[in-house]
Structures are given as structure tokens and as C-alpha cells.
Design a protein. Sequence first.
Length: 196
Amino acid sequence: MFDANGKNVACTVIEAGPCVVTQIRTKENDGYEAIQLAYEDKKEKHSTKAEIGHFKKAGVSPKRVVAEFTRFEIDHRKTFGDVVKIDIFEEGEFIDVVGTTKGKGFQGVVRRHGFSGVGGATHGQHNRLRAPGSVGASSYPSKVFKGMRMAGHMGVERVKMINLQILKIVAEKNLLVIKGSVPGANGSYVIVERWS
């Protein structure tokens, strides 16, 4: 997008809602206050009996994604089946976006932790340029300490991007245009929280 000054701003488009209220947590019953929202229909044959019963209590069809919001401005007039739309957000306000990062598979220390490798390619080095180097001490303590940064599985982590600004709201299509990037691949699910 281009802002008012003509500056090119990188942004992400998120389809946010409409979401349905499927449960309201109260201090009397649950010990805390929260609201549970569900998004996107799914077929009943792909749902468990527990899910079908839960959504039937709210008077809606089974949903694909369910999330609880403890910092939601709980309106006690809201009941099961009420729809929460994108109009709860305003242009210019800041939000947090929670999602699961892309999976990178098994990666070495150079990509996973930013190691620089062994260095020079001369002096007898052979296939050592991206090696981790020494990982343990001598005869004492005779072990590798826990938490040592090594090669391993990378990605598929729950990440929260904070202080992302809403640049534009397209109400008729339930779209949020957010400044910057959010975790996850295209088409993946994220949770949008009001910034605090």
C-alpha cells in the first residue's frame, strides 16, 4: 500500500470473521472471565460428537477454529450464537497477531542459530565450512551441557507479533490490512488480539 505521503508500506491482508460466540466463561462457573469465539464452518462428518454437541448448544454448525479471549471486552448481554464482526476494530489502532511459523525441517547451526561456520576454506578444511565446531569441554565435565545450540528441527512454533498497526478495514469483505508481516504461511489461521 501507499500511505498519505506516497511511501510504499509492506502489509498483510487478514480475513477476520465473522466469528460466532460459542461459550462465555464467568467467574462463578469457571473462575475467570473469557469469551470463546469460533470461525469457519466445517462439515459435521469431520467433527467429533463432543464438538457437535458443543456447537449445538450455541445453536451454530460445527466450526473449524476455536479461540478464547480473556482480555475481550465482555459484554454480558452477549449470548450464544451472537456474531462478532470486524467493526470492533478501528483503523490506526495497534493489535497483536498470534500464529504458527512455517516449518523449516531439520536445519544446521548456520541457518538455525546464525553461526558463521569455521571460517576460511584453506588450511586443510574439507566440508567443514558450516560445521558447529567444538560442543563440549575436556575430561571435565565429560559431557555436553543441556541447551547447547545445535542442529535440529526449526519452525512450527507459536509466535506473537506485537504492535502491528491496522492500515485499512474492508468491512464488506471482513478484511484487515495490517502493516508488516504475521507468522505462518499464506492461508494459515491466526488469532488477532487487541494490543495491550
